[in-house]
Write a new protein. Structure first.
Length: 318
């Protein structure tokens, strides 16, 4: 491998050999084009998978393609450190962060490489994804915000009109910008990619790739037990800390209005997923949303409904 690599696909992997195989199959299908294969590398970091090393899963691909590298941590280092480790090893000008349980549509890599050559000045690209079922066979209903290809100059404009860069498989970063950020402060928030990207985003221009090139696997367990509410509150904290990186007060205020509007829906979904009342979390909600009483009070009411009643109501509805 040389420094001429344009794109490093960085996969922090853990204990999912079957879905990792699907990811790799969806990538290497575009290696039939030498203009793609010679500009791309794949790096997989196994975070000490308890069922055994993922090396045997990756080896057949390494035997066929010389641009695939694999490493395994002897001890589990956590998702955040695994992300940092795999990107640290990248040789490409850009790094495409990729989950080990999503996949690309055929031709996606060719499309992205072509766009990165055309828009070589950007520091970040967001690749649109479409939700699929757990087998990645059937598309799930959902609305795409935009299917355009847009070159965006402002971080605030991107976040306002498109999205927070949370879904990991949609993120392509310019490695030199990623490397400039001191990331230790973000370790442990499980959104280290989002925090890092939001910090450097005001310094660069952005490419929004609205064509859905990523298959996002549904039926995930990430929100089991209502953990989606905790992620929601963490995102609130992250956005409210962006003033130090050049984001305007009006942007943060508008973002807080958006969080307040979404609160009730997030709470309902979390309760359906098994969220149990916690006084500590209720206090957090009051501190964050006391300025929005018409949003906060109904959400707290739902939060306090016993889980047994929630299950009963869901049973009646079904």
């Amino acid at each position: 491998m040389t420094s001429e690599i344009l794109l490093s696909i960085c996969i922090p992997a853990y204990n999912q050999p079957n879905t990792l195989r699907e990811v790799l199959d969806s990538i290497v299908v575009d290696f039939k084009d030498p203009q793609v294969r010679d500009r791309v590398e794949i790096i997989i970091h196994d975070d000490a998978s308890p069922s055994g090393s993922l090396a045997s899963t990756v080896l057949p691909y390494q035997e066929k393609y010389k641009n695939i590298r694999f490493a395994r941590h002897e001890k589990n280092v956590s998702f955040d450190r695994n992300v940092l480790g795999v990107v640290d090893e990248a040789l490409g000008k850009f790094c495409w962060l990729m989950s080990d349980n999503d996949a690309l549509v055929e031709g996606a890599l060719q499309k992205v490489v072509s766009l990165l050559v055309t828009y070589s000045d950007i520091g970040y690209a967001y690749v649109q994804a479409r939700a699929y079922d757990g087998e990645l066979k059937n598309e799930l209903a959902g609305h795409l915000k935009s299917t355009e290809i847009a070159h965006i100059a402002s971080a605030e404009e991107f976040v306002k009109f498109y999205d927070l860069p949370g879904f990991i498989s949609s993120q392509i970063v310019r490695k030199e910008l990623w490397d400039e950020i001191k990331k230790d402060k973000y370790i442990g928030n499980y959104l280290i990619h989002l925090s890092t990207i939001l910090e450097f985003l005001p310094k660069t221009s952005i490419l929004y790739i609205g064509t859905p090139l990523v298959k996002a696997r549904g039926q995930s367990t990430w929100d089991k037990g209502g953990k989606g509410l905790m992620t929601f509150l963490l995102l609130h904290d992250i956005v409210n800390g962006l003033g130090q990186y050049g984001y305007s007060r009006s942007f943060i205020r508008d973002s807080n209005d958006g969080f307040a509007r979404d609160l009730f829906g997030v709470m309902l979904y979390a309760k359906r997923k098994g969220l149990v009342f916690s006084a500590k979390t209720a206090i957090q909600l009051c501190r964050k949303f006391y300025q929005y009483p018409t949003r906060l009070i109904p959400s707290l009411f739902v939060f306090m409904i016993p889980q047994i009643l929630i299950r009963y109501l869901i049973k009646i509805k079904n």
